[in-house]
Design a protein around this ligand. Structure first.
Ligand code: CUA
Length: 310
């Protein structure tokens, strides 16, 4: 009925817009229909000289059942559709292109797997699933790309993510949608969707001066041996003082000493580095590993990037 949505540039867009349109259309039809009947009835049965008093009706079970059941079915159908799409939005495919996003007062920094960095401008290839692993340097921000129909909050010392598959070449707006201080309204960015070849060229073009030139995973590798992690954690599957880190991010469940189980993600690894006693893998002593809370954000990111490759 109305077309007020921004351009559709990801695989989510059509589906998000469809349910939005269904809900809007139902609301408009009901509002107009009910209002029209009210006006008509108020006019038709207005007070006139000589009118008899109307019958006193307390209730009508059939009508009440119908107006309860039909809206309930509509609500449940909307919920079911939303649930299915939301579930897919929270389930990234295997091997997406991963890009780190850091929000800060007031801008965005992006880091790619080969060590390339950009600020304010995010470049992704068309047609490939992209997963953004996001964190904040300070307060809560919210990363929003209207054309992709994705939005998620960013927190300090925590990782959140969104993923999408771009379907349209071009440049799109990025906004912060969580009030984060004086220049919140200026906390914008640009998303560039380019061809896969142009994306390769973009990654190889390393004029981004101020940053470490090495890929995060390589920095992580030297941190891993430099901090003595290798003394307890093997990377070849053999068991040491601590559990092996081979295949850590394979998506399988790891049993914990308290009986719970964990599917490894960035937040679990971060917690295990900073606060090793929070979760203990079944069969390993609780008090062996010291905390590495002194590592910088960037070093934690690099370690995680390295562990993902094992
Ligand atoms: Cu960051 Cu608003």
């Amino acid at each position: 009925m109305f077309d007020m949505m921004p351009v559709q540039a990801s695989e989510w867009a059509g589906r998000v817009d469809w349910i939005n349109k269904v809900i809007t259309d139902i609301s408009v039809i009901c509002t107009l229909g009910i209002t029209a009947v009210m006006i008509y009835v108020a006019y038709k049965y207005r007070h006139r000289e000589g009118n008899r008093q109307g019958a006193y009706i307390t209730h009508n079970a059939t009508v009440e059942t119908v107006w309860t059941v039909i809206p309930s079915i509509i609500c449940l159908a909307v919920f079911a559709y939303g649930f299915v799409v939301y579930h897919e939005m929270r389930t990234p495919p295997a091997n997406p292109i991963e890009i780190s996003v850091e929000g800060y007062k007031w801008g965005w920094r992006f880091a790619y797997a080969n060590g390339k960095r950009t600020a304010g401008e995010l470049t992704v290839p068309i047609g490939k699933p992209v997963r953004l692993v996001m964190t904040s340097a300070d307060v809560i921000h919210s990363f929003f790309i209207p054309a992709m129909r994705v939005k998620e909050d960013l927190y300090k010392a925590n990782y959140s993510y969104i993923w999408f598959t771009p379907t349209k070449l071009g440049e799109f707006h990025i906004f912060c949608t969580e009030y984060c201080g004086t220049s919140h309204s200026a906390m914008t960015g640009k998303l560039k969707v380019v061809s896969p070849e142009a994306f390769e060229d973009f990654l190889l073009d390393r004029k981004d001066a101020d940053a470490p030139q090495l890929p995060p995973a390589e920095i992580g590798k030297s941190l891993f041996s430099g901090n003595g992690c290798t003394a307890c954690h093997s990377i070849d599957g053999s068991s040491g003082q601590g559990p092996t880190l081979k295949g850590l991010f394979s998506g399988k469940e790891h049993k914990m000493a308290d009986g719970s189980s964990v599917v490894v993600d960035e937040n679990y690894v971060r917690e295990s580095i900073v606060n090793p006693r929070a979760k203990i893998v079944e069969g390993y002593p609780a008090a062996l590993m010291p905390s590495f809370a002194h590592l910088k954000e960037e070093e934690l990111n690099a370690l995680i990037a390295y562990l993902k490759e094992l």
